[in-house]
Write a protein that binds this ligand. Sequence first.
Ligand SMILES: Nc1nc2c(ncn2[C@@H]2O[C@H](COP(=O)(O)OP(=O)(O)OP(=O)(O)O)[C@@H](O)[C@H]2O)c(=O)[nH]1
Ligand SMILES: [Mg+2]
Length: 308
Amino acid sequence: MGVTGAGKSTFISRCCPSAVGSASDGMKSCTQDVRTYTFHHSGKTIHLIDTPGFDDTYRTDSDVLRDLAYYLTSSYGSGYKLSGIIYLHPITHNRLTGTAFKNLRTFRKLCGAQSMSSIVLATTMWSEVTPEVGDAREVELKETAEFWGDMIREGSTVYRHTDDHNSAINIISFLADRDTKTVLGLQAEMVDQKRSLEDTEAGREVDKEMSQQREMFEKRLELTRQELEEAIAAKDDQHAREIMQEQERFESKLAAIQQGREELRISMEALIAEKEKRHKEELAKMNEQLETGAALAGAAMAGGCTVT
Ligand SMILES: Nc1nc2c(ncn2[C@@H]2O[C@H](COP(=O)(O)OP(=O)(O)OP(=O)(O)O)[C@@H](O)[C@H]2O)c(=O)[nH]1
Ligand SMILES: [Mg+2]
């Protein structure tokens, strides 16, 4: 997981080069869906799950959370648990910006306290900064409580990913060798406690962010109403038209926020029913890969990678 452009898809391609999917080329997000990549390493079958980041260019946070929730609850409901979660952060970001910070907050809520020791916090893009700058930023990330400080205290492990195969495999080996499975907070909340997405910690966080956005747009809209009255009184038609166009933009933002908040009101069953067909196909492929993996594991196969 990690913000758009953090290097998630590239990390996966470093683990299994034959899985080179599309990587994003700047600020626009590239990975739109949760996807699984399977490869074999040291006699183990590894499934890497690529995810879109929050604050995605094309989708609302609630839409991204729904996708993650669907994948996480349907796989856990079918008996699959995660060995770990890798959170990537580009060291080129000189501070945790609003987006990165929001992403991290939702990520922590989604994982829950019980999964902190199964998290690897890895920095990417080291070739893009001088060692001094990179070192200083890494120290800031590690020592600031609300960045990575608290998570490290609760058991998360920090790695530098230097954009090559060995560095990616080191992280995979660390998690695979722990031989520990974890249940994320969101999985326990939705599957075991039967809560709807809006009643999970991550759902509440996303809802809170959206509610703040709504307030901001409502305030802006209110200001334009006064401006419009003044423009009409001054018979300034051109300005009045511009204000009305701005109002339309704010109203459509507000409608999208409202829809996003409503979309959080969904249970695990409804999420799964909605995507039942895709769910069945994915599980069938996963089982097929597990069977093939079990057959290949004895031969200590390395390299081959499949994508679902
Ligand atoms: N220098 C350098 N470039 C990287 C590294 N990781 C990724 N990139 C580049 O950064 C860009 C974004 O990488 P992606 O792997 O698509 O990022 P992502 O996290 O999957 O992005 P989304 O799918 O949008 O969420 C691509 O052009 C990559 O080639 C890295 O460690 N170092
Ligand atoms: Mg991607």
